[in-house]
Design a protein around this ligand. Structure first.
Ligand code: SF4
Length: 407
């Protein structure tokens, strides 16, 4: 979400006449888009702000602004802590020093072939560990017509793939008149000429419906990739996390998804070291990951976020060394699983949408979201290319072009 908002902010500033600078030292304006989902992310932005202080002091003409989830309702406190910051504005808001009355659609003039499109902001779930609902507020869906118009315009500007974004994308539409849902939106977008692929994230196991699974299975442009955070393999921990589903429900959901969408790539998120997590409860998470064999696992160490239910009601009682050890066990397990899953693609030909070039190699993704690198002398940007996979790793694939399809 922050990445999508940074891109939109950059487009907005470009339209207001700004040009991007090559370094902080060259810039007349620096905006930090902050994340506070974990303590480490918050530390990062605070360290960055402290590091920028001497630059700001030596160049008083430099404007410094902070947005994102660090900017909560206590802006006065932030102003006191960081008096050299010129502007604070909340996530999703416009920079306050620009007249935004004529803004209209804030879209990049020359977008990447694959872009993010936020469709729902905020979250109503209040998982006990999570700061997001406090910083981004309650759920607000964008109307279907607005999203469709935006995607059509993006396609007109060269976009081939959209990833629909929401903190809980499955609850899209419940706050709109006629209560359209994500499945309805996917049907509308699937009909847009020139759009090649559609993805969405992040799903919530309690909200993923049979109707949505069905649409992913049958709509040709919707990619076989689902992000379904489980967070823990223990139903007791899930209850303490206020996730509103059980481990049994999660297993059943994955079974249903895999039987209806063959070849689907599944990713999940896990938190280790949640308050009171015992060795047995962690082992249940480990066993779930071993049994379900995800394509990707994002694992994080629990850190209390001030103001959340977990920070108020539970002791952060799992020692850091234990948390680290659990994190590394999950990482090692997932390294083995991802190596095996990806190695099955060796010698196969996959369809890649080329998103960019780095160090002389083209970079793109398969429909299932696998990152692929290959070399080719022609301009492949934005094209669908068939690549024969010659090397695999847990994180990416490498290959060479079989045939190119100018689309
Ligand atoms: S659903 Fe996601 S964003 Fe919402 S409270 Fe839970 S973890 Fe946070």
């Amino acid at each position: 979400m922050n990445k999508a908002e940074s891109e939109r902010l950059a487009s907005y500033l470009e339209q207001a006449g700004y040009q991007s600078a090559t370094s902080a030292e060259d810039a007349e304006l620096i905006i930090l888009n902050s994340c506070v989902v974990r303590q480490s992310a918050e530390n990062k932005v605070i360290n960055k702000l402290n590091a920028l202080k001497p630059l700001k002091r030596s160049r008083p003409g430099l404007s410094l602004a902070v947005t994102g989830c660090l900017v909560n309702s206590e802006i006065d406190q932030l102003r006191q802590n960081f008096p050299y910051v010129d502007y604070f504005f909340k996530p999703g808001e416009y920079p306050p020093w620009i007249d935004n009355t004529q803004s209209g659609l804030i879209l990049p003039q020359h977008p990447s072939p694959a872009v993010f499109v936020p469709i729902i902001q905020g979250c109503d779930n209040f998982c006990s560990y999570c700061i997001v609902p406090y910083r981004r507020g309650r759920e607000r869906s964008r109307p279907v017509e607005e999203i469709v118009a935006e995607v059509k315009e993006l396609v007109r500007r060269g976009v081939k793939e959209v990833t629909l974004l929401g903190q809980n994308v499955d609850s899209y539409g419940h706050d709109l008149p006629d209560t359209p849902d994500l499945a309805d939106l996917l049907c509308e977008l699937n009909g847009i000429d020139g759009l090649v692929r559609i993805r969405f994230l992040t799903s919530h196991p309690k909200d993923m419906s049979a109707k949505l699974i069905e649409k992913v299975a049958c709509l040709g442009k919707v990619c076989e990739e689902i992000s379904l955070p489980v967070q823990s393999g223990s139903s007791d921990i899930l209850r303490a996390m206020r996730r509103d589903y059980t481990v049994e429900h999660y297993y059943q959901l994955v079974t249903d998804i895999r039987s209806r969408i063959p070849g689907v790539a599944l990713s999940t998120d896990v938190i280790v070291g949640f308050p009171s997590e015992t060795e047995e409860q962690f082992q249940a998470t480990f066993d779930l990951l071993s049994a379900l064999r995800f394509d990707t696992v994002h694992v994080a160490i629990y850190s209390p976020r001030p103001g959340t239910v977990a920070a108020r009601e539970f002791m952060d009682d799992v020692p850091l060394a234990t948390k680290r050890e659990r994190l590394s066990r999950v990482e090692r397990l997932q390294g083995v699983i991802a190596t095996e899953i990806n190695s099955r693609l060796l010698g196969k030909t996959v369809e890649v949408l080329v998103e960019g070039e780095k160090k002389g190699r083209w970079r793109g993704r398969t429909r299932s979201g696998k990152l692929v690198f290959f070399s080719d002398n022609s301009n492949c940007l934005g094209r669908l290319v068939r690549v024969r996979i010659e090397k695999t790793s847990p994180w990416a694939l490498q290959g060479s072009v079989k045939t190119s399809n100018p689309d």
